[in-house]
Ligand binder design. Structure first.
Ligand SMILES: Cc1ncc(COP(=O)(O)O)c(C=O)c1O
Length: 362
């Protein structure tokens, strides 16, 4: 039986007619970029998150760059970033003019901790970029006394002590890339904040640094959310909680099927409801297991095998004698993680297939 890494089409199938109708409405409106559809999505997503402002942008990478600039990050500043995340988290720091300083993560949660971030602080640290990796909210870092940007690209729908992922820092960012938990039919992203001044700056930066299309206050970006994507996201948003519940049920099915006897499971801190964008387990012979799973038609994958501090483009920013070198936990997790198939509709039967394949290979 084939088990794909993601299944985006099954959850969308019942919504097909509604989505097509909404696309036709956008087409009839003739308003394709920003406009009332995007404003309505921004309002609905803000209300879902319990945040004051959501600002739609072109993608999750731009969202980080723009949010960092709105936080006041500038050339000459340092920003702490976990070394185990998607490349965009650090790339956006460089594009904002700052230097990424890579920190380590915790083995069990795969996330940064107060201690790993603290070890990476420098006199020039202007902000901390925490990532809700694989859909598990990162811990509260505000005790460190610096602005925190929460990269929630992988965590739409996750909660921490009742608060939504996306409201756990001073500003947060989302990606609506199609495979994400809340995925559009193309690129899209958002910045989230309760701070009126930051929100105003983000709105300006996403449109060339202008609010009135006449006066250009800043050198900004052309980074706007399309109306078609917003219309689609408005159809999907009411289903996000149920889909995240399906993802948690899939993770529970893996645990019930005994996966934990063969591979290391992620730890979930008390009070946290992960959104399990990815369900990444660990094994010392991860690549060998991946081959065995692939041979049985199971679409598992290792993520971030080359962590950010070893990416060629990041070499100019890595201080080999810096305070956080080496990054031992990142190295082990990068080599040993195995993302198992996950989706809102992964059945117990499929989880059992994957568990049996792991049992045979581990
Ligand atoms: C953690 C993280 N940050 C940022 C991004 C960038 O988002 P986008 O692809 O929408 O630019 C992604 C995903 O692609 C991501 O997983």
């Amino acid at each position: 039986m084939r088990v794909p890494l993601f299944d985006t089409s099954t959850p969308l199938a019942p919504l097909r007619e509604t989505i097509l109708e909404r696309i036709a409405e956008v087409m009839a409106s003739g308003q394709f970029v920003l406009g009332p559809e995007v404003a309505a999505f921004e309002e609905e997503f803000a209300s879902y998150l319990g945040a004051r402002h959501v600002i739609g942008v072109a993608n999750g990478t731009d969202a980080i760059t723009i949010a960092l600039r709105a936080l006041g990050v500038k050339p000459g500043d340092d920003v702490v970033v976990p070394a185990l995340t998607f490349y965009a988290s650090a790339e956006a720091v460089v594009n904002a003019g700052a230097r990424p300083v890579f920190c380590d993560v915790d083995f069990d949660t795969r996330n940064v901790t107060v201690d790993t971030v603290h070890a990476a602080l420098t006199p020039r640290t202007a902000a901390i970029l925490s990532v809700d990796l694989f859909g598990l909210p990162a811990p509260d870092l505000r005790e460190l006394g610096l602005p925190v940007l929460e990269d929630a690209a992988q965590a739409a729908g996750a909660r921490c002590d009742g608060a939504m992922a996306g409201t756990l820092g001073d500003v947060a960012t989302f990606s609506f890339y199609p495979s994400k938990n809340l995925g559009a039919f193309g690129d899209g992203g958002a910045v989230v904040t309760d701070d009126d001044a930051i929100a105003e700056l983000v709105r300006s930066l996403r449109f060339h640094g202008s609010r009135d299309k006449e006066t250009f206050q800043y050198v900004g970006y052309n980074s706007r959310l399309d109306a078609v994507q917003a219309a689609i996201l408005r159809v999907l948003l009411p289903h996000l909680d149920q889909w995240c519940g399906g993802r948690r049920a899939a993770a529970a099915a893996y645990v019930a099927a005994g996966v934990g006897q063969h591979v290391g499971l992620p730890a979930v801190p008390e009070g946290t409801d992960p959104a399990w964008h990815l369900f990444a387990v660990t094994h010392p012979r991860a690549d060998e297991l991946l081959k065995a799973l692939a041979a049985r038609g199971i679409g598992a994958r290792g993520y971030y095998r080359v962590p950010l501090h070893r990416q060629p483009a990041m070499a100019p920013f890595v201080d080999e004698s810096g305070p956080t070198r080496p990054l031992p936990v990142t190295e082990v997790l990068a080599a040993q993680n195995i993302a198992l198939p996950i989706s809102p509709v992964l059945t117990e039967e499929l989880a059992g297939e994957v568990a049996a394949a792991l049992a045979a290979a581990a």
